[in-house]
Write a protein that binds this ligand. Structure first.
Ligand code: 5GP
Ligand code: SF4
Ligand code: MG
Length: 456
């Protein structure tokens, strides 16, 4: 998911709308904006894309100097309007709006406790437990309320919350998901990625620190409450590999630089002697393919054209939608591929369905040999912390060796970047990253009892 918030600007909602355009890649199922004016709070939430949902007419209803927004794809909770965020509740003490990126691993336990105490839930999203905890919190200041609400909550969260007219931002102590603080004249801005600060003209101030809670008061004051970072951080390395935009920096490092370094390392670990050219599976592996080209000396060609009007395949919540979309999304350039030995670089293989379809297209366009290089290790397990990788039984590398995968997807050779290679290449590595979906080293218990994934 993508989150964006701003405090202290007369056009807070309009800027949030802009910010969400830049965070669309982080979730395409639903989007929402909440704005606050003099204690009066309004929300717009809708299924679908940011560009489709916020007409000028609807935007006019969102007045005030404080706003927050969210782009969602479901990792816990189904893809429905009830689960669209920001969540907004009214109660005797006022209102709370909340936007969450990440996945809580003990949400069902906490939900059970709250329901035993009489809470009634309106969604199946894990994030709703924080809203209920907040409504019950005894502390005075908004940032202290949030700290109180988060006690005992485990897993990944970057949060933006509006309590009254205070905007509060928080990151979990392990730093799983990114969150950055920026400034726009007198206003404070928070966003999942810096590309969303760029679009509104804000400057990057700093990251919200792991464990930190920052409150922006209606008077423009900033208060920071540090709950202490974990001794070993678990920033999601997949943000660098695939998820974040290359024009962003996350965790204080450039995504473009990270991907190029991954591609260079990949070319060192798995060269492709005798090949004629290299190309990317656009767009997420463009930067990695550049890095591969740089080290291998192979020319980088634009051999695969992506239709930009089709969303990220994996965000389609059903399998049939995914299969049909390969051809809709990509078309090869025969003039480049015909008779050539080619290297195809991609950032990851998840189910293998897209990749298999792509290899078939590349061969049909005349390629003599297809060598695939992947700028991350085999994905062998699901993500429990907020990336929508499917369950283990759908992950091609959970059941098959690299050799088998090569045969199944139909390539002449296949090379994956090693775990050490990946962690050594990303900014700030090799320590302090989560790599559980690649390594199987999960730092927490599995998500709590009951249906872990309520989706579909
Ligand atoms: P596959 O061959 O695994 O179907 O698709 C691989 C390509 O799609 C890669 O380019 C990867 O970036 C993207 N992809 C497909 N499905 C998923 C998914 O479920 N989760 C993530 N994170 N990426 C996916
Ligand atoms: Fe990121 Fe993988 Fe860890 Fe999930 S399991 S947080 S995708 S590195
Ligand atoms: Mg891709």
């Amino acid at each position: 998911c993508g989150i964006f918030g701003i405090s202290g600007h007369p056009e807070a909602a309009a800027l949030t709308h802009l910010g969400l355009y830049s965070l669309q890649h982080r979730g395409q199922e639903s989007a929402g904006i909440v704005a606050v004016k003099d204690g009066d709070v309004k929300a717009i939430r809708a299924m679908g894309l940011v560009s489709d949902q916020f007409s000028a007419e609807r935007m006019r209803t969102l007045a005030g100097p404080v706003a927050l927004g969210h782009t969602r794809y479901s990792t816990a909770g189904s893809s429905t309007i009830e689960n669209a965020q920001p969540a907004l509740v009214h109660f005797k003490g006022g209102h709370i709006a909340l936007a969450h990126n990440g996945n809580l691993t003990n949400a069902l336990d906490i939900r059970g406790q709250l329901e035993d105490d009489g809470s009634i839930f309106s969604s199946s999203a894990d994030s709703e437990v924080i809203v209920h905890r907040l409504a019950k919190a005894k502390a005075e200041k908004p940032e202290e309320k949030l700290a109180e609400a988060l006690v005992g909550i485990e897993g990944a969260y970057s949060l933006l919350v509006v309590i009254g007219d205070t905007l509060v931002a928080a990151r979990d102590p392990l730093g799983w998901r990114p969150l950055v603080l920026g400034r726009l004249n007198g206003a404070y801005v928070f966003a999942s990625e810096t590309c969303a600060l760029d679009i509104v003209g804000a400057t990057v101030e700093r990251e919200v620190k792991p464990g930190e809670i920052i409150a922006i008061g209606p008077d423009g004051s900033l208060r920071s409450l540090e709950r202490g970072a974990a001794t070993k951080l678990h920033r999601c390395v997949f943000e660098y590999v695939y998820f974040a935009r290359p024009d962003s920096s996350v965790f204080g490092g450039s995504v473009d630089r990270a991907r190029r370094a991954l591609g260079r390392r990949l070319a060192q670990e798995h060269p492709a002697p005798g090949a004629d050219l290299v190309f990317a599976v656009p767009d997420s592996s463009n930067s990695a393919a550049l890095g591969f080209s740089e080290i291998s000396g192979l020319p980088l060609e634009l051999a695969l054209i992506r239709n930009h009007y089709v969303g990220r395949t994996f965000i389609q919540p059903t399998q049939s939608g995914r299969d049909a979309k390969v051809k809709v999304k990509y078309n090869p350039v025969r003039e480049i591929l015909d008779g050539k030995k080619v290297v195809m670089v991609d950032d990851s293989i998840v189910r293998g369905t897209t990749t298999k379809g792509l290899v078939a297209l590349i061969r049909a366009a005349g390629a003599k040999e297809v060598h695939m290089r992947v700028s991350s290790p085999p994905i062998t397990g699901p993500c429990w912390y907020g990336i929508d990788t499917p369950d283990r039984d759908q992950l091609i590398a959970a059941k098959h060796s690299v050799e088998d995968i090569a045969r199944l997807i139909g390539v002449d050779s296949l090379g994956y970047l090693s775990l050490d290679g990946m962690l050594g290449a990303v900014p700030g590595g090799p320590e302090g990253f989560c790599h559980a979906c690649f390594s199987g080293q999960y730092p927490t218990q599995p998500p709590s009892v009951g249906p872990v994934r309520l989706k579909r």
